[in-house]
Design a protein around this ligand. Structure first.
Ligand code: PLP
Length: 385
């Protein structure tokens, strides 16, 4: 199998799996219990918290574990808007993940004004537009770090300069950038930042929200005293242990992974452009996470390519896994100006830690043939742009 959908989810790193299963075998205690087996689990969770904090350049109390990247996004946005009842505006971008867009939608129904900043042809927001959209009623700006479909990286440092100037809070969804771009929260200047374990070779169903010390935010899930009263519910202890190990491995091997993935991705991009006519690369040519390659194949339906590749055990995506079953063309590709029919011809390949040069060579052998065969039987106009 050749797995090229690492933006949807990454395989569990066997080293993470090993640490988790050892933990599961040895520790069942509730971290809130006061006797030793509970305290021990609390200690282990706090070690993971320390590792995650270090990975982000944050301090331990600034990390709250959540049930997913989606929950971290919801927490940041709803938590801040709840904390500022006198303000009722949120600014985000048109190309966010549904975890943010649908939260915006939900808040709109509750009377919050949400501004969805447009993006240019490469998927970058316009800073002047952002500046002009901020009003005294704005509680929060939430703009993602790297886009999951096209990989474009937003100018977070510049955005945070503006939000600081205006005295408002800034959240970023770093679910796709963490582990792929070197950053520390202070360099970016963000107040809140979301991550998810299953995008970094960790387990599914666990994430974290970084909350800068002193940030005004309301708890998101109500109940017990866990997570310093910010997120109630007995912790996903093995998941947190897995997240900690995944982050530790990024610290150790992230640079090496990045260089290798970049090389493989450059080769794949060049090969597609050389071997397949009538394709269009989507995303920023430079300013993007390098392992993400999104191409439109004129005249074809992406599903047909995806299924043909799947018969060869090559797994890719037509965009975001969360909207894979939707008939709608990708909101991200439409936001960068693609017509719906071109957007629907687009395939995302996302490389990761476990891809090899052989994977790339196989794709470059199979894909041109598949595209050519499909185009011969396709009724769609190949020249339509
Ligand atoms: N944000 C982005 C940019 C993502 O790509 C994803 C997952 O696809 C999420 C948020 C949601 O993360 P999770 O799957 O942990 O809920």
């Amino acid at each position: 199998m050749i797995y090229l959908d690492n933006n949807a989810t990454t395989p569990l790193d066997p080293r993470v799996g090993e640490i988790m299963s050892q933990f599961l075998r040895e520790h069942f205690g509730n971290p809130s219990s006061l006797y030793p087996i509970g305290r021990k689990v609390k200690e282990i969770i706090n070690e993971a918290r320390e590792t995650v904090a270090k990975g982000l350049g944050a301090k331990k109390p600034e990390i709250v574990f959540t049930g997913s990247g989606t929950e971290a996004d919801n927490f940041a946005i709803i938590g801040v808007l709840d904390a500022f009842p006198e303000k009722n505006e949120l600014i985000t971008s048109a190309i966010e993940h549904p975890a943010v867009l649908e939260t915006g939608n939900y808040l709109e129904k509750k009377g919050i004004k949400v501004t969805y900043l447009p993006v240019d042809q490469y998927g970058t927001i316009d800073l002047d537009h952002l500046r002009d959209s901020i009003t005294p009623k704005t509680a929060l700006v939430s703009v993602m770090h790297a886009n999951n479909e096209i990989g474009t990286i937003q100018p977070l440092k510049e955005i945070s300069k503006i939000t600081k100037e205006k005295g408002i809070l800034f959240h970023t969804d770093a679910v796709q950038s963490f582990g792929k771009i070197d950053f520390k929260v202070d360099d970016l200047g963000v107040d809140l930042l979301s991550i998810s374990a299953h995008k970094i070779y960790g387990p599914k169903g666990v994430g974290a929200l970084y909350i800068r010390r002193g940030t005004h935010i309301m708890p998101f899930i109500h109940g017990g005293h866990q997570e310093r009263l910010m997120r109630a519910g007995t912790e996903n202890t093995s998941g947190i242990v897995g997240l900690g190990e995944a982050v530790r491995l990024i610290g150790e091997e992230g640079k090496k992974d990045k260089a290798r993935i970049q090389k493989l991705s450059d080769k794949l991009k060049k090969g597609i452009e050389e071997k397949i006519p009538k394709v269009k690369f989507n995303g920023h040519p430079e300013n993007r996470i390098k392992g993400t390659l999104n191409f439109s194949y004129f005249g074809l339906e992406a599903e047909a390519i995806l299924l043909a590749l799947a018969t060869k055990e090559i797994f890719v995506s037509t965009g975001s896994a969360c909207s894979e079953d939707s008939e709608e063309a990708s909101h991200v590709l439409q936001a960068i100006g693609l017509k719906p029919e071109i957007a629907r011809s687009s395939i995302r390949m996302s490389l990761g830690r476990f891809n090899t040069e052989e994977d790339v060579d196989t794709v470059l052998k199979e894909l041109p043939e598949i595209v050519e065969n499909l185009r011969q039987i396709s009724a769609l106009d190949i020249d339509e742009e």
